[in-house]
Design a protein around this ligand. Structure first.
Ligand code: GLA
Length: 387
């Protein structure tokens, strides 16, 4: 892949100069959904699919962008002195956002760059193609300009760019999982203080299967920001009863005692999800540590039910995928992953059931929705690298 990227870069922008080729993964979250902006735990892992990028310094302040995923589009030009989000700028708003965020945080970008990307994560699928571009851009510029930024800081810069440049009030999970990924490990991250632990993913005799609904999801225009606001409001109401920093700091018992403070029943359900999902995540990681994959799977299923009934972020596509997965023998657990409202599901499937799973869930989905789902049997990979 490196050679292909390198060659295309030269064809496009001309030979000469030092061209760096890099890779940053996508991520899948195993459990802990919509908990990261509630001070709770998440349990994602980086994948071996992701985004490749090539970059070279320029001797002026111009920026040139190109994506091998959109070969029908021309090179897009911009400038370091014009780092503003634009509606029609498409994916270039992500690298531009990171450049803007670096400057906001006091890092100087001394010159413009030619940049080219190629991603093999299905776009808008909930596997964090945008966070992958953000972390990749930060990683490339950090290396190119010797900025001395740690991977954890790159994750925060990516999140900052997403929040402030691209207008999505996301938490830290995606950028953190990507920047800090480790082969064959998931990251048990406490978003309250960013303390984390790597947990080996030893799925003896089972695989992680991603089912992609092919319903595109734009976070910005989805109800993501609305859910976040609902949780914030619920927390404010609870704070009037007991002193607490976040919904993630509450046990189920504490929540049951104070939930009456949350006046609106819909908002109460949202808060309930945040509290219970966080506790479920802690239990799931314990289950994995003791090799209890059945319990881990059961908690994944409960996570989906909560996201479906209390948080209401699933929709017919994701419910169809998950509910048909649950019927397949050899499925240990299945749930939606990421923000929801379309995108993907993640399932833990016994090796000898994978083929049947793909056929069977694929068939049910096509029948219910009228179009196809795609399936990926994935591997857990490392964070960003220079190739
Ligand atoms: C998106 C956001 C994350 C997280 C998930 C839901 O992926 O970017 O920060 O909130 O949704 O768990």
């Amino acid at each position: 892949m490196k050679d292909r990227i390198y060659k295309r870069f030269q064809e496009l922008y001309g030979a000469g100069g030092e061209i760096g080729v890099y890779f940053a993964p996508g991520r899948v979250n195993l459990i802990g959904e919509h908990t990261d902006y509630n001070g709770g735990h998440v349990f994602p892992c980086a994948l071996t699919i992701g985004t490749y990028g090539a970059v070279r310094k320029r001797n002026d302040r111009k920026l040139r962008f190109y994506s091998m995923n959109f070969e029908h589009l021309p090179v897009i030009e911009s400038g370091l002195d014009d780092l503003k989000p634009r509606r029609n700028a498409g994916w270039t708003n992500y690298p531009k956002g990171v450049m803007w965020a670096l400057e906001e945080k006091g890092y100087e970008l001394p010159c413009g760059v030619d940049l080219m990307l190629y991603g093999n994560i299905p776009n808008g699928s909930g596997l964090s193609s945008s966070a992958s571009i953000e972390v990749l851009t930060g990683y490339m510029l950090n290396d190119l300009f010797d900025l001395g930024i740690s991977n954890q800081e790159l994750a925060l810069i990516g999140q900052f760019s997403e929040n402030r440049f691209n207008g999505v009030n996301c938490g830290i999970m995606d950028q953190f999982a990507i920047a800090m990924g480790r082969r064959d490990h998931a990251i048990f991250l406490d978003t309250a203080d960013l303390s984390y632990e790597y947990a080996p993913i030893r799925l003896e005799g089972a695989r992680i299967v991603i089912s992609c609904s092919n319903k595109k999801r734009g976070l910005g225009d989805s109800k993501y920001n609305e859910r976040r606001a609902e949780c914030e409001k619920a927390l404010e109401e609870i704070k009037r009863e007991i002193p607490v920093d976040s919904l993630g700091a509450l046990t189920e018992e504490q929540f049951e005692k104070v939930k009456g403070a949350v006046k609106d029943p819909v908002r109460r359900k949202r808060a309930k999800h945040a509290v219970y999902e966080n506790q479920r995540t802690v239990k799931a990681v314990e289950a994995l540590k003791t090799n209890d994959l059945n319990l881990f799977g059961k908690l994944m299923n409960e996570s989906h039910i909560s996201l479906r009934d209390d948080y209401e972020v699933t929709g017919k596509e994701l419910d169809t995928l998950v509910e048909s997965a649950w019927k397949v023998k050899g499925v240990l657990g299945s749930r939606m992953t990421g923000a929801g409202f379309g995108g993907c599901t993640v399932s833990i499937v016994k090796d000898d059931a994978v083929e049947y799973f793909i056929r069977q869930v694929g068939r049910s989905y096509k029948k219910a929705m009228g179009y196809k789902a795609d399936f990926y049997v994935v591997e857990v990979g490392d964070g960003p690298v220079k190739l």
